[in-house]
Write a protein that binds this ligand. Sequence first.
Ligand code: BGC
Length: 579
Amino acid sequence: MSRSRTALLAALALVAGASGTAVAALPGDVGTAAVPCTVNYQVQNQWSTGFTAAVTVTNHSAAKSNWTVKWSYAGTQKVTSGWNAKLSQSGTAVTAANESYNAALATGSSVSFGFQGSYSGTNAIPATFTLDGVTCNVDDGDPTDPTDPTDPTDPTDPTDPSTRVNNPYEGAKVYVNPEWSQKAAAEPGGSRIANQPTGVWLDRTAAIAGVNGGMGLRDHLDEALEQKGSGELAIQLVIYNLPGRDCAALASNGELGPTEIDKYKTQYIDPIAAILADPKYAGLRIVTTVEIDSLPNLVTNTTPRATATPNCDVMKANGNYQKGVGYALNKLGDVGNVYNYIDAGHHGWLGWDDNFGASADLFKVAATTEGATVNDVHGFIVNTANYSALKEQNFTINDTVNGTSVRQSKWVDWNRYTDEQSYAQAMRDKLVSIGFDTNLGMLIDTSRNGWGGTQRPTGPGATTSVDTYVDGGRYDRRIHLGNWCNQSGAGLGERPRANPATGIDAYVWMKPPGESDGASEEIANDEGKGFDRMCDPTYTGNPRNNNNLSGALPNAPLSGHWFSAQFQQLMQNAYPPLS
Ligand code: BGC
């Protein structure tokens, strides 16, 4: 992904030369030549009689409210089914027209669709494409020969999603947030982990410029360039400011009311996208985790479920979660070195049959809303800011005790999964099966799911009953799987690292250890944050944790604020332990 401004300019000049048109004024972010459109056509899979292909069209002329792309095959190819466009074929001529949800195509923006086809003989890439009757450039990738459709993808084209590496964490350092690092280092024993990478949370509009004189987005990106040096570096940003945020709880309610989707777009996402598109940052791998704890709430915490909340019903009715997520994916995904990962809850939330598939489907809806396509999604993140154990090794979901399934234990309660890694891998398979990229990568937040220390079981529980078996063996020591606020007994989990398991891009510390999940009593503030009793250790619960005690630590500050006692506990109970 090393891409220099010089290489980009050279590519532009060559494109212009070949097409005989002048180079248009260079825009500030990414370069576009004076051609009306660019088409990238890629055969993704091919077998003896069939293939799948992905087509990305970039519009360089006036904004469109609907679009039609056409090409002709020289061979016997026949489109048999498609997605994200209405595809039809007459003889060798193929027409792809927009779906209602991706009809708008702004200047400089791209839309992607895909299809499956049959063929015999050779499966050559079409030489010419038109967008609404006008011939496009073929983005074949080779800067030295922009008209040859058989050339590989252009590594210098920052708008081409296929220039992304498969796993942005592989072979890369990950950004250490100096602000978090300083707080960690100031704690007794904290220097043992102060150099770990953690997420940078853009949790309000003011965070873009920097809150109270703190670092803003550009400061972080500039520092990331310093840390990068001549190698590769991934920086992890959390996009977290949806209208009506945190509808099932109060601790992380935000600044935007349920209807303020336009503010979200123009005052939050657009400015972030503009900064990320600065060519100065083109050499960074920018990981964005998009809107924690949002979409699944529309599945699990809405009427007619017993767990419904009025605020989640409002957000379901107005559609602003899907619109916000779709808009963010689309705008951020337009930046060639951004890697979008959508939040996919955790097994203790979505691991039940009636939540799992419905949530995956909703992710697809959001990822194909407001101009986004599945190509804007690099992967998903699970367990963000949660405590679910990575791998429960003392029991599996297939175990039985005296003929009774582990699924019938109080703890598992019919869930399909016992831990985050098995959930992440299964969710990945599900997402791929409904049309997300076959190379989808998962991230698992292991910042606080270690569950080490003296309470960690050393072997399976007694086989007296499924409950003694599961409760005696489980690493996750929570009172109930639905508990989420500043959990007593938790420890740091696996240290961040790339490629830890099949389908998993990385273990990450997206939630910075030591930052509170919510205040344990009412605290006045100007951040929009409420008091959620799930953060109060004396609270006896609600339907979402089956009316159990909250398990929260006492004396916690507002969400996001430094909580020294929690940080100390996390180090104490780290697993693997800290040396
Ligand atoms: C808070 C954010 C904070 C984040 C990371 C969330 O619970 O609402 O303000 O930035 O946690 O600590």
